[in-house]
Design a binder for this molecule. Structure first.
Ligand SMILES: Cc1cc2nc3c(=O)[nH]c(=O)nc-3n(C[C@H](O)[C@H](O)[C@H](O)COP(=O)(O)OP(=O)(O)OC[C@H]3O[C@@H](n4cnc5c(N)ncnc54)[C@H](O)[C@@H]3O)c2cc1C
Length: 403
């Protein structure tokens, strides 16, 4: 067993959340170790969709504007239009004021981990944390090494070991389970999709598979998606686990048939959990904070998690820096930042989630379609981050720096 020197912060998990926290704390001159159980480049089941919220974050915090993202090979493709369905009925379609982009997570995550190293953080890949001692601020790895720090940051994703070792009073497991989502996804090689010559289902995907499609009612309390990648068409469905426990695989097959991809029903999709409104309002205990999926932070309607991984990491890094430099109480500072900068937005999106999916569950498709047409661009603006889900007002709060 090796006992390492004490760090200011140990970050467990090297996805977008962990790398952002390590990068920001490294830049501030803190001694940081990031422990990632896999080795880079590693993939993550994900549609890879970067809304403008993420694009603005990457520019503001990592100094990676779109041309730099392109240069670094981090943008696989762009969607300049959209199509939105309820079942097989097209409700809305058009151009987006600003594109959404698609990234490949194996490249994206490896690049951000590299930037954390350049900022001064130590990144230890292939190191799995197997035990956490919150009171002593230490973690043990599968190799028997012990890492001690003044602060622990749990960025280890939806199955977070750091979260599972926290008291139930922090995690509130009932609320967590109630809003936990489950998704299935399949990447169909583009040449195979193109060979189908417009498929055989009621939804005709646009020529060239260049347009992101969202299909509500593809499963209960969730939706289906078709996302363009340069070499693949990424198809998935995801919804709340508790109402889709039995039959999500069947719904996935039905979805493939609906979009004319019945040729691929025998392919095995990848499955993964996703937060859909199960964020933990005070994800902090003793010297530990949770960020990203580990704390359940993702948009409750679509499960967009990359931006929320980045943003919670930024808020947490700020709280950790204050704690390390001025002895400000860690849990209180992080919770207050979340309460001011993020949770009102997630709460408002969850209210809309309950309305939209509640209408779909009650088969109130016609009034819902009318609502979607009436609010169309405002909801898109809220997803893109130029408006708030709170009354759809113009809002820059999600994008403003915290230090
Ligand atoms: C099917 C699907 C599609 C999605 N599509 C989108 C999308 O299009 N756009 C979007 O914004 N979001 C999407 N999401 C959500 C998004 O993938 C997540 O919200 C995002 O990856 C969260 O980042 P993270 O850093 O918190 O966690 P992760 O990316 O999961 O990273 C956690 C890291 O921790 C490591 N780790 C875990 N346990 C340990 C341990 N014990 N010790 C050390 N390391 C550990 C893991 O190996 C991993 O690298 C999707 C999710 C799913 C399931």
């Amino acid at each position: 067993m090796e006992s390492r020197p004490e760090y200011d912060a140990v970050v467990v998990g090297g996805g977008p959340a962990g790398s952002t926290a390590a990068y920001l704390l490294g830049e501030s001159g803190h001694r940081v170790a990031l422990l990632e159980k896999r080795t880079y480049p590693r993939d993550k089941v994900c549609g890879g969709c970067l809304s403008q919220k993420s694009v603005r974050f990457l520019d503001r915090v990592f100094h990676l504007p779109v041309p730099a993202l392109r240069r670094e090979g981090l943008l696989d493709s762009a969607g300049t239009g959209y199509a939105l369905y309820i079942g097989s009925s097209r409700i809305l379609a058009g151009d987006l004021a600003e594109p959404v982009y698609f990234t490949r997570r194996e490249r994206y995550d490896a690049h951000l981990a590299r930037m954390a190293v350049e900022a001064g953080a130590e990144v230890h890949a292939g190191v799995e944390v197997v035990a956490v001692d919150h009171a002593r601020h230490t973690v043990m790895t599968s190799d028997g090494d012990r890492y001690a720090a003044r602060v622990l940051i749990g960025a280890d994703g939806i199955h977070s070991r750091v979260r599972r070792s926290l008291p139930e009073s922090v995690v509130r497991p009932e609320r967590w389970r109630e809003n936990l989502g489950w998704a299935l996804e399949l990447a169909v090689p583009r040449e195979e999709a193109e060979a189908l010559a417009n498929g055989d289902g009621p939804i005709h995907l646009d020529d060239g598979f260049a347009t992101p499609h969202l299909v509500f009612a593809a499963c209960r309390w969730g939706y289906g998606w078709v996302f363009p990648n340069e070499n693949a068409v990424v198809v998935g469905i995801g919804g709340l686990l508790q109402v889709n426990r039995n039959g999500l695989r069947d719904r996935f097959e039905e979805f493939l048939k609906t979009i004319g991809f019945s040729a691929f029903v025998d392919r095995r999709p990848a499955g993964f959990m996703v937060p859909l409104g199960n964020y933990i309002p005070s994800p902090a205990h003793e010297g530990t904070v949770l960020i990203g999926d580990a704390g359940g932070f993702a948009g409750p309607i679509l499960g967009e998690g990359i931006f929320y991984a980045h943003r919670t990491a930024e808020l947490a890094a700020h709280a950790v820096d204050r704690h390390l430099t001025t002895a400000a109480p860690l849990a209180e500072t992080y919770t207050a930042l979340l309460r001011r900068r993020l949770i009102p937005e997630l709460r408002a999106e969850r209210v809309l989630r309950d309305f939209v999916y509640g209408c779909l569950d009650a088969r109130m498709h016609v009034p819902l379609a009318a609502f979607m047409r009436a609010t169309n661009t405002r909801v898109i603006d809220a997803v893109q981050g130029s408006r708030s889900f709170r009354g759809f007002r113009r809002d820059d709060d999600l994008h403003s720096a915290v230090w």
